[in-house]
Design a protein around this ligand. Structure first.
Ligand SMILES: Nc1nc2c(ncn2[C@@H]2O[C@H](COP(=O)(O)OP(=O)(O)OP(=O)(O)O)[C@@H](O)[C@H]2O)c(=O)[nH]1
Length: 311
């Protein structure tokens, strides 16, 4: 029997900082999802498309699921929960070097109620000592079964559909992960053209890249109070691209930090972001960055909507 083409949608779920964006980028081979060593940097639901000879996988990178602490949190959790209802399979990514904690239990509870195949992806095994991996896997499997039987005593406890240890950063064991994933995808058409890797408008990706540079260069001083809006993208006759963007912060003090002494930091952010954006667009980039204060934007519904956090 000939092998039929498979395609489907796969959600990537996990606590902040476990390496979801790194995994997607390693799979797709191009830097399009924001990466930083600070938690919860993935705000937008970015769709990546991996096209292979036998299948096409549409990866949905969900905002980190966590307990809602303020309104931004609620929006992120809601978006992630809605995503789970639409997909064919779920990759639950965890850090091999951290014990199962409240964050994981909270996510596992939500996964148990989806009735979707869940593949446990144990990431960062490059940092894990030999002999430590099996107990970690056993720990997760036990917890997952416990949660399912506690949630519904009449229902037989389900385990993970598969467990795959990987290193997203070193790109190890990714073919095994894809092979396993293929087993859970239905037969289906190639939804998107081969050369398409994301359906996100360039504008959003550019904004995410700039936001990543702000987070990386300001360290803890400007935590998550940053949003970036791309106001203008214009292509000049010679093919060069002009980009004007605004970085929004919550307070004057943060604005001063982002700008830096005599504008030095803002200039550096621009240089760093330009390098990545040039790679993405393949054109020479001219960038004009502005910093503005929008007070307490995190708790204001209207402004959240303005930044695209609609349901
Ligand atoms: N050693 C090691 N580090 C990794 C690996 N995968 C990711 N990291 C690092 O872990 C940090 C977080 O990675 P991200 O990919 O941004 O994590 P994330 O889960 O997308 O985080 P959020 O977007 O905040 O939800 C980064 O510093 C990565 O370089 C891995 O396999 N091994």
């Amino acid at each position: 029997m000939e092998n039929k083409y498979k395609s489907g949608f796969v959600a990537v779920i996990g606590r902040p900082n476990v390496g979801k964006s790194t995994l997607i980028n390693s799979l797709i081979g191009q830097k399009i999802v924001i990466m930083s060593d600070k938690p919860q940097t993935t705000r937008n639901k970015i769709l990546c498309v991996l096209t292979q000879e036998n299948m096409q996988v549409v990866f949905i990178d969900t905002p980190g699921i966590h307990k809602p602490l303020h309104k931004l949190g609620e929006h992120m959790v809601k978006a992630a929960q809605n995503t789970l209802k639409e997909v064919d399979a779920i990759l639950f990514v965890v850090d091999a070097n951290e014990k199962v904690g409240g964050g994981e239990r909270y996510i596992m509870k939500q996964l148990q109620s989806t009735n979707k195949p869940v593949i446990l992806v144990i990431n960062k095994i490059d940092l894990t000592a030999k002999g430590k991996l099996l107990p970690i896997i056993a720990g997760y499997e036990k917890e997952y079964r416990n949660i399912s039987s506690a949630a519904d005593m009449s229902k037989k406890a389900t385990g993970f559909s598969a467990v795959i240890p990987i290193s997203a950063r070193e790109q190890s064991n990714l073919p095994a992960l894809l092979k396993e994933l293929a087993a859970y995808l239905p037969e289906g058409p190639q939804y998107f053209p081969e050369d398409m890797i994301t359906d996100q408008p360039e504008r959003l990706i550019i904004a995410e890249l700039i936001r990543e540079k702000v987070l990386l260069s300001t360290r803890d001083e400007v935590p998550h109070a940053v949003a970036v809006d791309v106001d203008e993208i214009a292509t000049r006759k010679n093919g060069d691209v002009y980009i004007r963007a605004t970085i929004y912060v919550e307070r004057e003090s943060q604005k001063r930090i982002v700008i830096g002494a005599r504008g030095a930091l803002l200039k550096q952010i621009g240089v760093d972001a330009r390098t990545d954006i040039q790679k993405l667009l393949g054109s020479k980039i001219y960038m004009d960055l502005w910093v503005k204060v929008k007070k307490d934007w995190r708790d204001r519904e209207r402004i959240l909507k303005e930044f695209g956090f609609n349901d």
